[in-house]
Write a protein that binds this ligand. Structure first.
Ligand code: ADP
Length: 480
């Protein structure tokens, strides 16, 4: 067992301690304290915003090459150290070691992608309607961004908000989840080691009150948030009130449609990955598996059998395929939904018991067979290793079921039919759609986001990120 890390805030390039400490325990072993983190009061948030505001103009005026080089170096450092970072991530958040190393590598690649984007802050020239006048647009940095991130991707999400903000000349104050302070600290350290000027990136540790102080701060020109609907509503009200920029990502209830002509082995792999990997704690998890009636029973049998072979256990054990849930709150929420499902008439098919006797938030995977669209467990995000299996008489009914509800992040279809795949791609009401792939697992260099209640504001990631993290200026020049 390693010694607990004693964490700090990072303000103006230096560590700041205190005041109140919060313990983070390993969800695979509650006897192990992974880190102790402080809690920033509003006055410390003021200091962080002031440090960011002071550093931002010089950063924006620096050559894009300077910004690119630093992001590239940060990406290289993180990639080099991905195994150690992944180990810490597995201990702090609970995803399995391969998943955790993969996330650290992904965060590194995001930094490298935006190192390239820093050189592509382009505008356009337009023929003016007035003879002798030149018209052009160009993009400028916005100022200081407040970033509020969740625990389920504790380094990838901070990286995918921070990297574009910095690439385009902004400064940042990050408020990570109180459940994963250590991975945010890793990002701060890596950026510092890469040579980022003091104050361009600041980190304030703490829970909701710290986040609210940041969101409400008049020195913060834009807020990017990933988390729950309830918190998102509060953040939206506050940012709109003071006319700050806003971008939000808030979960989904993602459907995976399996048609009768599907390759069933492939469909089982997609469903297992989407519903259960990362313990189902991904916004893009497949929580509704909608199966065409003709193959429903055969598919369910194969899926249940495959699910029973998934070892549940300590995130660091190489045999583990499903790590623990991240916290007691998550565990209680998932158990509550399983009771609701049983009460609503679903049949609970459970995977294996944990292969460890350690005290942890272990939850075996569960399929909710015989689920209907009306059940609460088919409509509300559970965020655990739980997949509802719904029967659809044909493709049309499957599409109707897939489009039910008021969120729409990711959807998938497994089929051999090109025409149905194309129809689904065009008509499913989500921001991302997968054909013969799991609903979860996205690239780092293309836009990420949903429709309806899943997302708000411009898209994150890829080339789309420039929209949120820059503002346009239109210039007119009269010649002779
Ligand atoms: P979850 O329930 O999945 O943890 P939350 O929306 O509660 O999702 O948390 C996501 C992030 O939002 C975390 O960093 C959390 O501390 C932060 N947060 C919670 N409440 C507020 C709030 N009122 N204002 C700003 N940030 C908040």
């Amino acid at each position: 067992m390693s010694q607990p890390l004693t964490l700090t805030h990072w303000i103006g390039g230096v560590r700041r301690e205190g005041p109140v400490a919060r313990e983070r325990r390993n969800p695979s072993n509650l006897d192990e304290v992974v880190a102790v983190a402080p809690e920033a009061a509003a006055v410390l948030v003021d200091e962080a915003v002031a440090a960011a505001a002071a550093a931002q103009p010089a950063w924006a005026e620096a050559s894009p090459e300077a910004r690119s080089d630093i992001l590239d170096r940060a990406g290289a450092i993180l990639f080099e150290e991905r195994e150690a970072v992944g180990r810490l991530l597995a201990r702090e958040e609970g995803k399995t070691l391969p998943e955790a190393i993969g996330e650290a590598a992904r965060a590194a690649r995001i930094l490298k992608f935006f190192a390239g984007e820093a050189l592509r802050r382009t505008g356009m020239t337009v023929d003016s309607v007035r003879p002798g006048v030149d018209a052009a647009t160009y993009r400028q940095a916005v100022g200081v961004f407040g970033l509020i991130t969740p625990w389920n991707f504790p380094i990838a999400i901070p990286a995918w908000k921070t990297a574009p903000a910095l690439a385009f000349g902004n400064a940042v104050v990050l408020k990570p989840s109180e459940l994963t302070p250590a991975l945010a600290d890793v990002l701060a350290q890596v950026l510092g080691r890469a040579g980022l000027p003091a104050g361009v990136f600041n980190l304030v540790q703490g829970a909701g009150a710290t986040g609210a102080a940041l969101v409400g701060h008049r020195g913060v020109q834009g807020v990017s948030f990933t988390g729950s609907q309830a918190t998102g509503s509060a953040i939206a009200a506050e940012t709109v009130r003071r006319q700050a920029r806003l971008q939000m990502e808030m979960g989904g209830k993602n459907p995976l449609v399996v048609l009768a002509d599907a390759d069933l082995d492939l469909a089982v792999r997609c469903a297992l990955d989407g519903a259960f990997f990362a313990s189902g704690q991904r916004c893009t998890a497949s929580s509704r598996i909608i199966v065409e009636a003709r193959i429903h029973d055969a598919f369910l049998e194969r899926l249940a059998e495959a699910m029973r072979s998934l070892t549940v256990g300590d995130a660091l054990d190489p045999a583990t395929r499903i790590g623990p849930l991240a916290s007691q709150a998550q565990y209680d929420k998932v158990r509550g939904y399983l009771e609701i499902a049983a009460g609503e008439g679903a049949e609970l098919l459970s995977g294996p018991e944990p292969a460890t006797t350690a005290r942890g938030w272990f939850q075996p995977p569960v399929l909710l067979a015989g689920a209907t669209g009306a059940m609460r467990t088919s409509r509300e995000e559970i965020f655990g290793p739980v997949g509802s299996v719904l029967r659809a008489s044909d493709y049309d009914e499957a599409l109707t079921l897939a489009n039910a509800g008021d969120v729409g992040l990711s959807a998938g279809i497994v089929t051999d039919s090109l025409s149905k795949a194309r129809h689904f791609q065009r008509h499913v009401r989500t921001g991302m759609v997968m054909v013969n792939l799991a609903t979860a697992g996205v690239d780092y260099h293309v836009p990420f986001g949903g429709v309806a209640g899943s997302s708000y504001g411009p898209r994150e990631q890829g080339q789309a990120a420039i929209e949120f993290y820059t503002q346009l200026k239109t210039a007119y020049v009269a010649g002779s």
